[in-house]
Write a protein that binds this ligand. Structure first.
Ligand code: HEM
Length: 468
């Protein structure tokens, strides 16, 4: 893994970014050192980093012609690597001792992500709900076999967008209570209030922020009820006969998007969060929450495991969300160590989803009224370089997603240029393992002004420093 970040593969794209200022500035140095140290520790201590880095070329595999067929055939193990055999010792997940379940205490933070909430409730992340990159990588890897490159990139992005850049920590929910506003970036609101930067509309179980007074982190039981039903007709308490697949979730994503268009005048989909994070979260349910067994080495997800991870009890029609009670189910086995789910897999899986369900690739928003969805052409955004046809050729989709991500940083941080440069520099080494390998076209100017007609683009609710 290289520590330096080069924009050579994205030569023209780079001109659209603020230049990286590496002048002698204390905050930058501290942040950069921290980033470099973390990468080094991870490299040195876990050989899997090397493996993950090797795997990145998989993002370049041509995306399939028969995407719907591929989507329907995809197992619960992911797009490219099989989970060929079950190894109970390797895949065992302890929920005892230091990993025993405990509901969050008054001052412990939980947020919009059930995967993170469950991890914190079992001590795979700090129970406080505030984590460093290293803690995130270790915890996500130990509990879910999340690839090191993916966990590090997700955590680094959280630190940059809504965390504490100087302290090197991020919050899985609301603002970090010890340091509620991080002055250098004027941000630090945590995942719960990262609307359009990390959290986005059309989520699997949370309402759109605008339609719920800025709360996009509490589970909507109606929404859960609807997604639960896509797994079958088992209405029993245990739900053992329900079965969830990634294809069913991709199809559900299309329904949820339509619901957002019908109900949310501020619906907006022109951000990295809505183009990548939200659909990726649907895919994470399948790829990380599925249980693995001798009989189902590739994993299966039933109603029981789904409810446990989401902190839901009861039967269809009378489900109850137990706030803060997300759990790792008993006798639950993670994906195998030989098949981590890596950063590249995220893009391949999201890409297959867009090809299989082309209607879900929406870039635009409602214009202040419900049912006013207006799309923005990828062609107009990228000075004519990318279009609906070539967006999924070669590495183009991942290139486009990274540009969206980079473009979002100044918008969300709203700080002086040097803070933004520090943030970009901090993130760089964590994106490099994938970004450095991509072959990206010259995109020229990325025209964000096209989003100005969407009121949802600028909507960013803030929240109280409560634990949920
Ligand atoms: C460092 C790791 C992770 C980060 C930073 C992260 C971040 C997020 C964020 C920002 C959201 C809100 C997205 C939205 O608006 O829909 C989210 C939602 C979600 N995440 Fe995570 N996540 C992580 C790991 C995981 C894991 C390991 C799983 C599965 C085990 C998971 C499952 C989900 C699900 C299912 C949702 C949607 C929840 C809902 O809408 O009800 N995440 N995550």
């Amino acid at each position: 893994m290289k520590l330096s970040f080069t924009f050579t593969a994205l030569a023209a794209v780079a001109s659209a970014f603020p230049a990286i200022d590496t002048s002698n500035e204390a905050a930058f140095l501290k942040a950069a050192k921290l980033a470099a140290r973390t990468v080094k520790i991870l490299e040195a201590e876990d050989a899997q980093a090397a493996k993950a880095a090797q795997n990145v070329r998989r993002s370049s595999l041509p995306l399939p012609q028969d995407a719907l067929g591929i989507s329907r055939a995809e197992t619960n193990c992911g797009p490219t690597i099989p989970c060929p055999a079950f190894d109970a010792e390797d895949q065992y997940v302890s929920i005892e001792g230091e990993h025993a379940y405990a509901a969050p205490a008054e001052d412990e933070i939980r947020g919009p992500c059930p995967g993170l909430n469950a991890a914190a409730n079992h001590g795979y992340l700090p129970r406080s709900g505030v984590a460093s990159i290293e803690e995130t990588v270790r915890g996500m890897n130990k509990l879910y076999n999340m690839g090191i490159d993916l966990a590090a990139a997700l955590a680094a992005y959280a630190i940059v967008i809504d965390g504490d850049l100087l302290g090197g920590t991020w919050s899985i929910g609301g603002p970090q209570q010890s340091d509620p506003l991080v002055p250098i970036l004027g941000n630090g609101q945590g995942l719960s209030y990262s609307h359009n930067s990390y959290e986005g509309d059309s989520s699997i179980g949370r309402l759109d922020a605008f339609t719920n007074n800025g709360d996009a982190h509490s589970l909507s039981i109606e929404k859960f009820e609807a997604v639960y039903a896509v797994g079958g007709n088992d209405t029993s308490e245990n739900g053992f006969d329900q079965r969830y697949t990634i294809d069913k979730f991709r199809s559900r994503f299309e329904e949820v998007q339509q619901h957002s268009i019908d109900t949310n005048p501020y619906y907006f989909t022109g951000a990295f969060s809505t183009v990548v994070v939200v659909p990726a979260a649907y895919n994470f349910v399948i790829n990380f929450m599925s249980n693995h067994s001798e009989e189902h080495p590739s994993g299966y997800l039933d109603g029981y495991n789904f409810k446990q991870f989401f902190g839901v009890t009861g039967t269809p029609g009378s489900f109850k969300w137990q706030r803060g009670q997300e759990r790792i189910p008993e006798n639950w086995y993670k994906r195998p160590t030989i098949s981590p789910y890596n950063l590249a897999d995220v893009f391949v899986d999201v890409g297959i989803g867009y090809l299989a369900y082309p209607n879900t690739l929406k870039i635009g928003g409602n214009t202040g009224k419900v049912n006013s969805f207006t799309g923005v052409n990828v062609e107009d955004l990228t000075s004519g370089v990318l279009n609906a046809k070539n967006l999924f050729e070669g590495d183009n989709f991942a290139c486009f997603a990274f540009v969206l991500l980079q473009q979002g940083i100044p918008h969300f941080l709203k700080g002086p240029l040097e803070d933004i440069n520090n943030a970009t520099s901090f993130l760089a080494p964590f994106l490099e393992p994938l970004l450095g390998k991509l072959t990206c076209p010259e995109l020229g100017k990325f025209d964000q002004s096209l989003f100005n007609s969407f009121p949802g683009h600028k909507y960013s609710p803030t929240g109280p420093a409560t634990n949920y």
